[in-house]
Design a protein around this ligand. Structure first.
Ligand SMILES: [Zn+2]
Ligand SMILES: [Zn+2]
Length: 243
């Protein structure tokens, strides 16, 4: 699996950048994980609008969902101009009343995900686990041809995600806080908390993302490395990672 970072900021984007969004690709798939502010403009550098197979949304906070409306318009244009013949599926939890907005005329269709509903998207298996967050959030486990990728969405350190992450080749985990800031924003992780979770899960590789706007994020990998013995990367717009 190949993952391209389309946006890696928490809350709001830095100039010319975007909040949460990742393009997951295999030999058969183009799947968008989260659709935050600024994500679409970056997505279309990598694929055409008609080539997107699905979007999966971790939760409905704006920094993960702000561009969904424009994604729906893009699907409409693709269908009206006969570049696409089926509505774009947008997967998300049904606990938010925003779920109903995911179905837009005949151009996009909202589809439910939950801890009890796993997906098989043409060989890509996706399962979900609820995390502790201020909005109902589902972490995702994506499995394809023996590789395992986890994308957490947002979560607090009370979440026990280690068993869900077992065997992970790569964990993309929100890291909104520096080590000394534990609890500053409840429902978010510090470098230490992220690293300890990845260590407990036995992950091979960890990508820190969903960055704060105050502080030098370049120091985050050093903080995390005290608690995680695998490979650590800092997410960066347009950067590509492989499982
Ligand atoms: Zn967020
Ligand atoms: Zn959130």
């Amino acid at each position: 699996m190949r993952i391209t970072v389309l946006g890696c900021w928490g809350a709001y984007p830095q100039p010319g950048e975007a909040t949460s969004g990742y393009l997951l690709q295999t030999d058969k798939h183009n799947i968008l994980l989260d659709c935050g502010s600024g994500v679409l403009a970056n997505l279309f550098k990598f694929i055409n609008k008609e080539d997107l197979d699905a979007a999966i949304i971790s939760h409905f906070h704006h920094d993960h969902s702000a561009d969904i409306g424009c994604l729906q318009y893009a699907s409409k244009f693709a269908m009206v101009f006969k570049k696409r013949d089926v509505p774009l599926p947008i997967y998300a939890n049904t606990k938010s009343n925003r779920f109903a907005d995911l179905t837009y005329e005949e151009y996009t269709v909202g589809k439910e995900i939950s801890p009890n509903i796993s997906l098989d998207l043409d060989g890509l298996k996706v399962s979900f686990r609820e995390t502790v967050h201020r909005e109902y959030n589902l972490a995702m486990r994506l499995e394809y041809e023996g590789k395992v990728l986890i994308y957490t969405g947002d979560l607090g350190p009370e979440t026990d995600l280690a068993s869900f992450c077992t065997g992970a080749d790569l964990i993309i985990c929100e890291t909104s806080l520096f080590e000394h800031e534990s609890g500053l924003f409840p429902g978010h992780m510090t470098t230490r908390e992220t690293a300890e979770m990845a260590q407990k899960a036995g992950a091979k590789k960890l990508i820190l993302t969903h960055f704060p706007h105050v502080g030098n994020i370049r120091t985050m990998p050093t903080e995390a490395a005290k608690y995680f013995t695998g490979i650590i990367h800092l997410a960066e717009i347009n950067k590509v990672f492989e499982t």
